[in-house]
Design a protein around this ligand. Sequence first.
Ligand SMILES: [Fe+2]
Length: 204
Amino acid sequence: MFKKLDFSFDDNIKNKILKVQKFIDKGNILYRDESIDCKFKQYEEGTDEDILSKQYSNIYPAHKQVVFPLKEIKKYIPLHIRQKEEPHIHWQVFDGGSIIPPHIDRMRQCTINVYTQISNEETIVYKKNRDGCRLETEQGLITHESFVPEWLTEIGRYKANLWDFYLLNVSIPHAVINMTDKPRISISYSFYKTSFEELNDLIG
Ligand SMILES: [Fe+2]
């Protein structure tokens, strides 16, 4: 489900990252969920979609993916892994105080996350007891396959420290709860074709 890796950044790259992170708001945005825009469609009373949308209407996260500007960052992932699949690299930013409800990522299989600004947040991973559903917002956006806790069983959770590397299986339900008002920022190496198990074996 997840694994803390013994990969690390050297001080030189850490300093560069912290410098560019100061200007993250000027970065090109690849994708954005704005909680203030996130009004779900009206669903029929008592349906799964109705239950899900009522539970999450007020807490759907403000979350964005931003182009990561330092190309050299890729070399911190061992070459034999990149030869299997070249990961897509971006920043992931989500607002302080927000919750990413349990969901399965749309296309990614797994990700290696490096936490560059932490907020005492917890990442929780679940086994699904049934399928989730996708919701549509009034603006026509479709969410990830999402779940309410009753449809899931928690199988683990972690609280990352600054600069930790974690391999995370995002093809199973996972959630993030941000405990403070500070945004959580991570660098995400996304793998679309390689499963968590395959990557885990490659890491050894
Ligand atoms: Fe996710």
